[in-house]
Design a binder for this molecule. Structure first.
Ligand SMILES: Cc1ncc(C[n+]2csc(CCOP(=O)(O)OP(=O)(O)O)c2C)c(N)n1
Ligand code: SF4
Length: 304
């Protein structure tokens, strides 16, 4: 388990220099999920094990006997990451070891096929950290829609735009009442680093949901990855927060954004997946953003 006081950092330059995800992986140019993994592992440190179901990360890690990872990685069937992590966590506890057990799974492996294993592990109180990096599609297999794909987004299986809304994974996890859960975004690495550090200092099941912009899936130029993440937060489309023992606090970058969100059009106009989105869909998207902002602002203020 991470000692939060020993490792605590307050600025990007204080983040440890050790690398646990080496350069030259097979990630696409501009891949933000691999960038996030780099920060996750820096925060977790060397006494950590990753559990990775089938997803882009299981490609990025490399092919045996080569590897891009400087920590042990257990690849597991698509549906089983949290179940595997449960067994691993129990085994480490039986050996008297405090090794961090971290699931790093895509949105398809979390909101769709892995959700029963996730729910079971959270109900059992497994001591682990589950991280879902959300590129809002099944990236590894060619950008099919997942339950996490947002309304209106074009994927290879929703060529006219997804007709239904994004599944609210965070509210499903919240219903399990975990001691710690948070959202993060690749464009805010220090925020992500601190949340991972904090999560690993707490006993029990922890959850972090990272928005991870993906150039080929969202169809924007690779150099715009950080800009896309910032726009997601500034428009209120993605709200950064933490919920510690049930108490919600909105994170700094989202506080300002929620008071005066940037125009939603600024976020979607640079993404080919939202090309030709209808005015009605855009209106529904705006309403969703407003509803989320209001719901979380009320919860933080204690007015539920
Ligand atoms: C049971 C099962 N069904 C389908 C697949 C094929 N498959 C491998 S990775 C993947 C997509 C994973 O998507 P996601 O979890 O969102 O992660 P990403 O690829 O976007 O990183 C699929 C469908 C599989 N490996 N196992
Ligand atoms: S498809 Fe997206 S998430 Fe997968 S490696 Fe490429 S940029 Fe990263």
């Amino acid at each position: 388990m991470t000692d939060i006081n020993a490792r605590s950092v307050t600025n990007l330059s204080a983040i440890p220099k050790e690398e646990y995800l080496y350069k030259c992986t097979s990630a696409c140019a501009g891949c933000s999920s691999s960038l996030c993994l780099r920060y996750v592992l820096k925060a977790a440190g060397s006494d950590s094990v990753l559990v990775v179901p089938a997803c882009c990360t299981s490609v990025i890690q490399g092919i045996y006997p080569g590897t891009a990872m400087n920590v042990p990685v257990y690849n597991v069937a698509f549906a089983a990451a949290a179940a595997c992590a449960s067994g691993m966590s129990e085994a480490f506890a039986a050996m008297g070891r405090e090794t961090n057990v971290i699931v790093y799974a895509g949105d398809g492996g979390t909101v769709d096929i892995g959700i029963q294993a996730l729910s079971g592990a959270f109900e059992r109180g497994t001591n682990f950290l589950y991280i879902c990096y959300d590129n809002e599609a099944y990236g590894n297999t060619g950008m099919q829609r997942s339950g996490s794909t947002p309304l209106g987004a074009r994927t290879t299986t929703t060529p006219g735009g997804k007709p239904t809304t994004k599944k609210d994974l965070d509210r499903i996890v919240e219903a399990h009442n975990p001691p710690y859960m948070a959202t993060a975004c690749s464009a805010y690495p220090l925020d992500l680093y601190k949340k991972v550090e904090k999560a690993l200092s707490i006993e029990g099941p922890k959850f972090i949901h990272i928005l991870a912009p993906c150039p080929p899936g969202w169809r924007y130029p690779t150099e715009k990855t950080v800009e896309m993440g910032k726009l997601a937060v500034k428009t209120g489309t993605w709200i950064l927060y933490e919920r510690e023992f049930g108490k919600l606090s909105i994170s700094g970058p989202s506080k300002a954004a929620m008071k005066r969100p940037a125009l939603l059009e600024d976020y979607i106009k640079g993404q080919g997946r939202f090309k030709n989105v209808s005015p009605e869909t855009l209106d529904l998207m705006r309403q969703q953003v407003q509803q989320n902002i209001q719901r979380l602002a009320r919860e933080e203020a204690g007015v539920c």
